[in-house]
Design a protein around this ligand. Structure first.
Ligand code: ATP
Length: 284
């Protein structure tokens, strides 16, 4: 038997850092939604009681460091499954980009193995398992659009924002999420984005409101470390995107665009700056 699962990328419409907690994590408020740029995960039963991983992407770990492997091991151990699985990751989401590619693969693996092994694990339980793997995994289990609080694992489902085009551009640099969070000082954040106002804009289905409320408290830190991210934002705005923001800890920058006719100009203009540019729709 074989199972296929889609593992879409997420973008942060807003991300605020409230304070550092005693456990070392930052208390955050984020509104996240999914875009139609996805990895495809294939899971098949094998005779040997082991977890095997492969991928066409040469640049991700294929051992116990891979989040899909960790997800499979967690389910196997927790539910005492004495079966093996072969997992193939067809990677389309850029890696270490701020698009939660690894987290989405882990979530898709949890969903897929639940079906492949007939475990009947509830969505709530899957989200709890996901939280053991990473802060973004619970959101990736259910997807859609959500306000995430705590360290990102407490979810409040929201309606989807109005449909639009999303142009994503990832500059060829590596950003360490740990370094960015390590450098952010919540008392020095110039402008805290508002989860409340972004939620209102979404509930009112106001595209202009969503663009106006885009904000990411990590941007200043990443832009200081990598000025090219700021240049990319400026270029995207000049090319005519309606709203522009860095996703997560970066370095991917996304632009929201309501008119399809504007998309080719933005896409082609950005290709002059970086190789990795995608024009996709929101996953609504
Ligand atoms: P987030 O937005 O959740 O911080 P990200 O998009 O910045 O995530 P990922 O693409 O998830 O980052 O990759 C982060 C690290 O995780 C990389 O260094 C990569 O080697 C490792 N990794 C482990 N498993 C995977 C996977 N299945 N896909 C991609 N990267 C993985």
């Amino acid at each position: 038997m074989k199972i296929y699962e889609k593992a879409p990328a997420k973008i942060n419409l807003m991300l605020d850092v409230l304070h550092k907690r005693s456990d070392g994590y930052h208390e955050v408020e984020m509104i996240m939604t999914m875009v139609d740029l996805a990895d495809r995960i294939e899971m098949s039963e094998i005779k040997r009681d082991t977890i095997m991983i492969s991928s066409q992407a040469g640049y991700i770990p294929l051992d116990e460091k891979n989040l899909a492997f960790q997800a499979a091991k967690l389910v196997k151990d927790r539910y005492d499954v004495k079966k093996g699985v072969y997992i193939h990751l067809d990677k389309k989401i850029p890696v270490a980009a701020g698009l939660a590619g690894g987290s989405s693969d882990a979530a898709a693996t949890l969903r897929g193995l639940n079906k492949l092994w007939g475990l009947n694990i509830s969505d709530e339980e899957l989200r709890l398992l996901g939280a053991e793997l990473g802060s973004d995994v619970p959101f990736c289990i259910t997807g859609g659009t959500a306000l995430a609080t705590g360290r990102g694992e407490q979810l409040h489902q929201l309606p989807n924002p109005p449909q639009c085009w999303v142009v994503l551009a990832k500059p060829p640099i590596n950003v360490s999420t740990a370094e960015v969070y390590g450098r952010v000082r919540s008392d020095q954040i110039q402008r805290h984005p508002s989860a409340k106002r972004m939620e209102d804009a979404i509930r009112n289905q106001s595209f202009a409101g969503v663009c106006k409320e885009l904000g990411n408290a990590l941007e200043d830190v990443t832009l200081k470390l990598h000025p090219e991210v700021g240049q990319l934002k400026e270029a995207m705005m000049k090319l005519g995107a309606d709203g522009v923001l860095m996703s997560g800890s970066g370095p991917t920058v996304f632009g929201l665009v309501s008119k399809e006719s504007k998309v080719p100009r933005i896409y082609n203009g950005l290709r002059g700056f970086c190789k990795e540019v995608y024009a996709v729709r929101l996953l609504t």
